[in-house]
Write a protein that binds this ligand. Structure first.
Ligand code: PMP
Length: 401
């Protein structure tokens, strides 16, 4: 069981906002002092560039930056050279898709789903428009889940890329990604996994999954903003052209010719996100030391408690009662989520209102927008109580019941 009281002491925001009810971790998590401290240490004690400096401070910064890559590799059970630091999940997924622009033809097919965040489906929509490759959608089941059976129906000998979310940011469901990867590989397709919502909640072993590419962001798992990861199988990364050109990514440069370094460096042109990588590594150590079993149990308990209490509230509609990862997506009947959101804001309850950058699933739910509350390691049952009271107040205020 998590000692939430102790965990909350790690998050300085609660010192200045004692009555804060933060239920928007799926958008971005709060940041613990352990992460803030290492970022502060880099800026106050080092603050210099990596790789190129021939002096002690730069060696030290380089060591911290590259050992952060080791930490990420260990976190994912990947190899050091398979970890590319990026700006975040969006940048990682776009990097892969961009490099497939010249690898696809109208003979090829791409499989994605309506459950995707825009950053997982839009890059492939773009590739499909540019190359005429056919974009196919896995049909969701009645709950809105991706199933292996539905995936089999769209998989074909022409499938070249499968781009799917591991955990949906609207529904909180876990995709049976391992089975999907195995099936896709039988057809020679590669699988790009959006793990932005999975990485904060579950142990990811890219080797056991046999994923070809996998992306996540630092800021959703207690790390800094502006840093993320693209994992890619080494041979696949080295087959990809860089999409940014500049310092530190080339092997040799002449006036009319240049060669690129091997991955990961060919994809890290320019001064990298040094403090971000250092902070991310500390964040991964932080959540690993808490343990994914404990995180899952805590989040699930809060989720089930919230659903149990919300089921007694008349005038709301919950869209994902069986979610595994602490996401409650709902609406107050006949009330626009942005109107309802004003009540939550007044009560210092931070939740999300909108389409959550996932319009296809919002449309699938036959909504224009939804409200979303998400739970993480620093949330308590008292947070859930305040949240549910706010839901009741919104129902009363807007006269839904
Ligand atoms: N995929 C999913 C499932 C997400 O929830 C998010 C963030 N909401 C992203 C991708 C994009 O992440 P980022 O904004 O950090 O690039």
């Amino acid at each position: 069981m998590l000692d939430v009281k102790k965990i909350r002491q790690d998050f300085p925001i609660y010192e200045t906002n004692q009555d804060l009810v933060y239920l928007d971790t799926a958008a971005s998590s709060l940041k613990p002092k352990q992460v803030i401290d290492v970022v502060d240490h880099y800026y106050s004690k080092l603050g210099v560039n990596v790789h190129r400096g021939v002096y002690g401070l730069s060696y030290e910064a380089t060591d911290l930056y590259e050992s952060a890559r080791h930490t990420v590799a260990k976190f994912l059970n990947a190899k050091f050279e398979e970890i590319v630091f990026t700006r975040g999940t969006t940048a990682s997924l776009n990097l892969v898709a961009s490099s497939y622009l010249d690898k696809m033809t109208e003979e090829d097919e791409i499989i994605t789903s309506e459950l995707e965040h825009h950053s997982s489906m839009l890059p492939w929509l773009h590739v499909s428009k540019k190359t005429k490759a056919k974009l196919k959608y896995v049909e969701l089941d009645t709950e809105g889940r991706i199933t292996v059976e539905a995936f089999k129906k769209v998989l074909s000998d022409k499938t070249k890329v499968v781009a799917l979310t591991y955990v949906s940011n609207v529904m909180g469901y876990i995709t049976p990604i391992k089975e999907i990867i195995d099936l896709a590989h039988q057809k020679g397709a590669i699988v790009v996994v959006d793990a932005a919502q999975a990485a904060p909640h579950m142990k990811i072993d890219v080797t056991a999954l046999n994923a070809d590419f996998l992306a996540f962001s630092g800021h959703k798992l207690c790390g800094p903003t502006g840093i993320g990861v693209l994992y890619g199988k080494r041979h696949l990364l080295n087959q990809m052209d860089p999409i940014e050109f500049g310092g530190d990514m080339s092997q040799t440069v002449d006036k009319f010719e240049a060669t690129w370094k091997d991955a990961p460096y060919r994809f890290e042109a320019g001064t990298p996100i040094i403090s971000g990588a250092i902070g991310l590594a500390r964040a991964l150590d932080y959540i690993t030391s808490i343990g994914f079993d404990a995180i899952h149990e805590h989040v699930k308990t809060l989720h089930d408690y919230a659903i149990h209490k919300l089921e007694e509230v008349k005038g709301i509609e919950i869209y994902n009662k069986t979610a595994e990862t602490g996401i409650v997506t709902f609406n107050v009947v006949d009330v626009h989520p942005h109107d309802a959101a004003s009540i939550f804001d007044k009560n210092k309850v931070c939740i999300r209102a909108g389409h959550h950058c996932a319009q296809p699933i919002t449309k699938w739910l036959k909504q224009i927008a939804t409200l979303r509350a998400t739970f993480y390691i620093y949330n308590t049952k008292e947070d859930v109580d305040v949240f549910v009271d706010s839901v009741k107040e919104a129902v009363r205020f807007f006269g839904a019941f």
